[in-house]
Ligand binder design. Structure first.
Ligand code: ZN
Length: 249
């Protein structure tokens, strides 16, 4: 499974684009980064997207979604749009984003051209979506509901995403069994407010799950954390079942 980091920065630092991750050009996890722009730089078309997963409804994870949906819809021959899945309230939240951003007429055009479909995920969801097994785990963040995901392809490779999370049981359930885990690391050296992880907590998770390769992202500062890969925008990794991770760029 190919992971491309579109955005490695946290909300406000400017350390990188906001959250967004591509899997195999078919799945987009969060949409804080301008996926319709950045995907071109790695030779991927968002027209191949079949699934968009949202971890939670903060701006740095979602505010590019109306633009991505517009980029899918306003082409001469639009395909049916991707399935959009996330915590309860996802349909209403996305509709509000589009309507507040561009007005009701654009919402109606998106409905007409993309026919968007929605799925609600919650703690314990274990479902097949767009050819991937998606497991969702509820995590603790300043805004609920918030989910972490573990996503497996048909070959059995599993990549996990913390979303934004404090240390909690749901986060640990999401990490367990992953080959690679994209873990937020918003602070360094001391706790950060708002339901986030900092470097010492990520180090503790790495020690607790030695078989899982960690990529730290959602960064306020780009620093080394012993044993972890440090994400940057457009980092691309190929992940096979059980710890075979090779950098493509
Ligand atoms: Zn965030």
């Amino acid at each position: 499974m190919r992971l491309t980091v579109l955005g490695s920065g946290d909300a406000f630092s400017g350390c990188g684009c906001n959250a967004g991750y591509l899997l195999d050009s078919r799945v987009l996890v969060d949409c804080g980064a301008p996926a319709h722009v950045l995907s071109r730089r790695v030779g991927v078309s968002i027209r191949d997207l079949s699934l968009i997963l949202l971890t939670h409804f903060h701006a740095d994870h979602t505010f590019m979604l109306p633009l991505v949906l517009g980029a899918l819809a306003f082409v001469p021959d639009p395909h049916r749009g991707p399935l959009i899945a996330g915590p309860p309230g996802t349909r209403e939240y996305v509709s509000r984003l589009v309507t507040d951003g561009y007005g009701q007429h654009i919402q109606e055009l998106l409905d007409l051209r993309l026919g968007p479909r929605y799925a609600v995920l919650q703690d314990g969801s274990d479902v097949e979506l767009a050819g991937y097994r998606v497991r969702a785990h509820s995590v603790v963040h300043s805004l609920g509901p918030s989910l972490a995901y573990a996503i497996s392809d048909s070959a059995g490779a599993t990549i996990g995403f913390s979303g934004d999370s404090a240390m909690c049981a749901g986060l640990e359930r999401a990490i367990r069994g992953c080959d690679l885990f994209v873990c937020e690391c918003t602070g360094w050296g001391k706790p950060v407010p708002g339901g986030h992880l900092y470097s010492d907590e990520v180090a503790a998770l790495m020690a607790a799950f030695p078989d899982v390769r960690f990529v730290i992202s959602h960064l306020a500062q780009r620093r080394e954390l012993r044993g972890a890969l440090v994400a940057h925008d457009l980092l691309t990794l190929d992940v096979s079942p059980r710890e075979q991770v090779t950098a493509s760029s």
